[in-house]
Design a protein around this ligand. Structure first.
Ligand SMILES: *Cc1c(COP(=O)(O)O)cnc(C)c1O
Length: 420
């Protein structure tokens, strides 16, 4: 495809050059329609049995995006007290929040207990600590409910750093330690209300996830009277869409998932609430970053387009070697991809690893162009930093009626000074 942003009318008729002029660059731009579409899709993964999609908010915690998730009726996963507070602020009630911390001190578990938020414990020691917190707070036995995260011994993902299940990752309780879970729950009169897993992030082939679900449901049989079983997130999105990469096959996935669930429900005797935890799928494709090309050069035969989109703005390429498609805009129009030339799109950070797109075939860029980086809604702003003392980017939302609304102001140097 020549252009994703033209194909989906990403800016809904607004001129990106005007948006960039008004709000400055680098700028995260979100499209509300895409956001709602993806959130709706994940809410429909299981329709035959009780099910909720829990948006994993670490992918993007902008409060306006959380409010859209609230309206779309999906629940949320939080990894920290900060994320829980953000969800409260967005209007989420406690029973629509699931807390999945790892390696935390008692204060975070006490916070969750006091606020009545279901928590999953990531290790035997954390489960023990949770039990101690229940004792200290004199929580009545019927309220001593929690979940445990099981490491299913298998993983999947777009790169090794995001594989979270499997024998070599830090997450979850190993299957062989399950008997010890029951020793701890007996000691503190805890009830295991749910179990969860998460095998990794950004896979496009559903098979490893389906295998993991099958395996997990086998494990689930060891737990009596589960209220929920949570299969984790990780559904991928087509980061190579300009090369016509296909979407995650959601419909096919749903069809193949159903008989696995049927089989389990028959054996278990009832259907608990099933959950999944998509982060990336909900938000990634709903955002682009607009950045300005400030300088181009040729160094020893290599072409560089120097932009204001450094690794402080989008860290995924330097952290995971991730691919993000790039479109080039001149005077608000997308340049055609008929004639492409190999260039390196880089940022303005003093690091040689500050590369957004390496040796990439793109229309020849020149100073003043806008680089438009696709699929930046997940692990984009939420992972950005102030490295090189560069204030963090602003964010705008193209609303469903085509208006441009600022949803986060640009950070200022004064904001950075305030902590001293
Ligand atoms: C990050 C994370 C997710 C979401 O992963 P995605 O790849 O963004 O869907 C889900 N569950 C847990 C426990 C996570 O840590």
């Amino acid at each position: 495809m020549n252009s994703f942003i033209e194909n989906v009318n990403f800016f809904e008729g607004n001129n990106p050059e005007k948006i960039a002029a008004e709000y400055g660059t680098p700028l995260y731009v979100y499209n509300e329609k895409i956001l709602r579409d993806r959130m709706h899709k994940v809410s429909q993964v299981i329709t035959k049995y009780p099910y909720t999609a829990n948006y994993s908010v670490k992918a993007n915690t902008n409060i306006h995006i959380l409010k859209i998730a609230l309206e779309e009726g999906i629940n949320c996963d939080a990894m920290s007290v900060g994320e829980i507070e953000m969800l409260f602020k967005a209007g989420f009630p406690k029973d629509r929040i699931f807390f999945i911390p790892n390696n935390v001190d008692a204060s975070e578990l006490i916070y969750a207990l006091k606020h009545g938020i279901m928590t999953s414990l990531d290790s035997l020691e954390q489960l023990e600590l949770f039990g101690e917190c229940c004792e200290d707070l004199k929580i009545p036995a019927e309220k001593r409910q929690c979940a445990v995260r099981i490491n299913p011994g298998v993983g999947a993902g777009h790169c090794e750093k995001v594989v979270t299940g499997g024998k070599k990752t830090k997450f979850g309780i190993a299957e062989e330690d399950i008997p010890q879970i029951f020793e701890i729950t007996a000691k503190y009169s805890l009830t295991i209300a749910g179990i969860n897993q998460h095998i990794g992030s950004g896979f496009m082939d559903p098979q490893p996830y389906l295998d993991a679900v099958t395996n997990f449901l086998q494990i689930a049989l060891q737990f009596k009277e589960l209220k929920f079983i949570d299969f984790g997130g990780g559904y991928g999105i087509p980061y190579h869409k300009l090369d016509d990469e296909k979407d995650y096959p959601m419909e096919d996935f749903k069809k193949r998932l159903e008989p696995i669930l049927d089989n389990f429900v028959e054996k278990y005797g009832s259907a608990p609430m099933f959950k999944s935890e998509p982060g990336r799928y909900c938000v990634a494709e709903s955002s682009v970053i607009l950045g300005r090309v400030h300088a181009t050069k040729q160094n020893n035969g290599h072409l560089y387009a120097g932009t204001d989109i450094g690794m402080n703005v989008l860290v995924r390429p330097s952290m995971y070697d991730s691919w993000h498609d790039v479109e080039v805009l001149r005077d608000g129009k997308v340049l055609s991809r008929d004639e492409l030339i190999e260039q390196n799109v880089v940022g303005n950070i003093c690091e040689s690893g500050d590369i957004l797109a390496k040796e990439r075939k793109l229309p020849k860029m020149q100073r003043g162009d806008l680089a438009c980086i696709l699929d930046t809604g997940a692990y984009g702003w939420s992972m950005c930093s102030t490295y090189n003392s560069r204030p963090r980017a602003a964010e705008v939302l193209i609303t469903k009626d085509g208006k441009v609304k600022q949803i986060r102001r640009r950070e200022t140097i004064n904001d950075l000074m305030r902590l001293f």
